[in-house]
Design a protein around this ligand. Sequence first.
Ligand SMILES: [Mg+2]
Length: 232
Amino acid sequence: MQISTISFDGDMTLWDFLQVMRHSLKHTLLELQKQRPTPRTLKLTIDEMIAIRNQFAEEVKGELWNLEEIRLRAFERTLEYVNCPDKELAAHLNAIYRKHRFEDIELYPDVIPTFDVLAPHFKLGLLSNGNTYPERCGLEGYFAFVVFSQDVQIEKPDRRIFEITAERAGCELAEMLHVGDSLENDVAGARNAGVYSVWLNRKGEPNDTEIRPDYEVTSLAEIPEILGLGGK
Ligand SMILES: [Mg+2]
C-alpha cells in the first residue's frame, strides 16, 4: 500500500452531526412553540421533525440537491403538519436552525491531534454527503481538497464521487485511503472504486454486513500507525 492522500468523511467521523442537528432542532422547536403555542405545536417532537425532513429528502432525491434548500422546505412541511402553514415563519425557524447548526458544531477530540501528525506526510481532504464546511469548525487550512455530494450531484457510495475526489486531489485511486463511519457509504463505496478504506467504528459495534474494510479503528488516533507513522 503506497498512500499519498487521505480523504475523510465528515458527519460522525470528524464531528457529531446527529448531536448538533438535534440540538439545533430543539432551539427551533422552542421558538415555534413560543410563536404559535397551539396544542399541535406543543405536542410536536424532534423525532417527528427529523422524520418529516427525511421523508421530504427522499421525495426529492435526485432532483433537489441543495441541503439547505431541503432543510428550509422541510420546515415549511413541518408547519403544514401542525396546521400553521406560514412560509415566513419557516424562514425564521430555518435561520435559527442554521445559526446553531453551523456555530455549535464541535470536532471530536481526536481530529486535530491526528491531523497534525498526518498533515506533514499526506494530502488530506474532505469527501462528504453533508454540508458542514470545514472552515466553520476549525479545520481551515488542513484540507487540500473538499468534495461535497450536493455540489457534484453524486453521492457516496457511488464510485464516481471517489473518482472526482482523486482527480481533485491529483492522485491515483490506488494511492488514496478513505476514512469514514458508514460501512455502506464510506467503506463499500471506497472499495468499489479501488480506494483503500478505514472503517471508523467509534462505538465498537459488530459488523453484521458482508462489507469488509481494509482497516477498522475505534479512534482516528489509530490511523498514523496504520500508515507506518509509529506512535499515536
Ligand atoms: Mg458519516
